[in-house]
Design a binder for this molecule. Structure first.
Ligand code: CAA
Length: 272
């Protein structure tokens, strides 16, 4: 299979999928998400690679994935924004639907949609250079690829709210402390070696038993997660309807700080 924005490399039973737009910090454009969806659906429907495990990573040394493509989002109306969110959510759900272990190997920024892709994998390994966050509120947006729902699952409601409301970016050590990251490695090479090693260990166990464990663990609160994803999809659309999205996204593209209207607090206004 040939793709323009993702590389795939198979070593034995392990498929490494690398998002390959390093000059744009591997931002998730419609093209990237569409290619990922095709790849994951092909693997799920006819395991043509005959793989037992996967690694997701990003090209270059600076980023795993720095989020959804902000330039593309700047051109989207609310309906297109909703469809974009749906596409991103579909990709995250496909990772969870694959009956094999999947590890996110994060070297550099895993922000917004990038953090969301990492959390759709089974667990996360990080290099010392890794940094995580859901900075969407800086853009007048909300996490739209399952971040509101899955960050809650990884770190609990309090930490999830602190990170999402503040848009704060945390390093690998703090990400491990709050339970987002399983292990930290000095170098990228050590991280990939450890990911291969743990997958090889898993390959000595029953693949059917592992696939059932994955289904059961992901099904805990599964219905709530599906409900949450639906609510998040509507919320993502709603954020595209707000003037704050226009300001936030324009500020990023113009490389300046956004100026948000602090007197605009819609819910309070409705209640008054
Ligand atoms: N979308 C599109 N382009 C992006 C991008 C993104 N998410 N992140 C970085 N880029 C581009 C930059 O525009 C820049 O392109 P140009 O060279 O053409 O100007 C290039 O990648 C390099 O980035 P910077 O010059 O900004 O690099 P830096 O080292 O100064 O900063 C950074 C790095 C802090 C990660 C900064 O790039 C940044 O803040 N990126 C955006 C992070 C973000 O807000 N992500 C969330 C996106 S919204 C989302 O993901 C919604 C969702 O839930 C679905």
């Amino acid at each position: 299979m040939n793709f323009e924005t993702i590389n795939i490399n198979q070593e034995g039973a392990i498929l490494t999928v690398t998002i390959n737009r390093p000059r744009k910090l591997n931002a998730l454009s419609i093209k990237v998400l569409t290619e990922m969806k095709i790849l994951l659906k092909t693997i799920r429907e006819k395991n043509e690679f005959d793989i037992k495990g996967m690694i997701l990573t990003g090209a270059g040394d600076k980023a795993f994935i720095a989020g959804a493509d902000i330039k593309e989002m700047s051109q989207m109306n609310p309906r297109e924004g909703e469809n974009f969110g749906k596409l991103g959510q579909e990709v995250t759900t496909l990772f969870e639907a694959l009956p094999i272990p999947i590890i996110a190997c994060v070297n550099g920024y895993a922000l917004g949609g990038g953090c969301e892709m990492a959390m759709a994998c089974d667990f996360i390994y990080a290099s010392q250079q890794a940094a995580f966050g859901q900075p969407e509120v800086s853009l007048g947006l909300i996490p739209g690829f399952g971040g509101c729902v899955r960050l809650l699952r990884f770190v609990g409601a309090g930490k999830a709210k602190e990170l999402i409301y503040s848009g704060k970016i945390v390093g690998a050590v703090e990400a491990k402390e709050i339970g987002l990251v399983n292990r930290i490695f000095k170098t990228k090479t050590e991280m990939f070696e450890a990911a291969h090693e743990v997958l090889e260990l898993m390959f000595t166990k029953s693949p059917i038993a592992i696939s059932i464990c994955k289904k059961v663990i992901n099904a805990v609160d599964g219905e709530n997660i599906n409900d949450g994803l639906e609510i998040e999809k509507q919320g993502f659309r709603e954020s595209f309807e707000s003037p704050e999205k226009i300001e936030g996204v324009a500020a990023f593209l113009e490389k300046r700080k956004p100026v948000f209207n602090q007197s605009l607090i819609p819910t309070f206004q409705k209640r008054a």
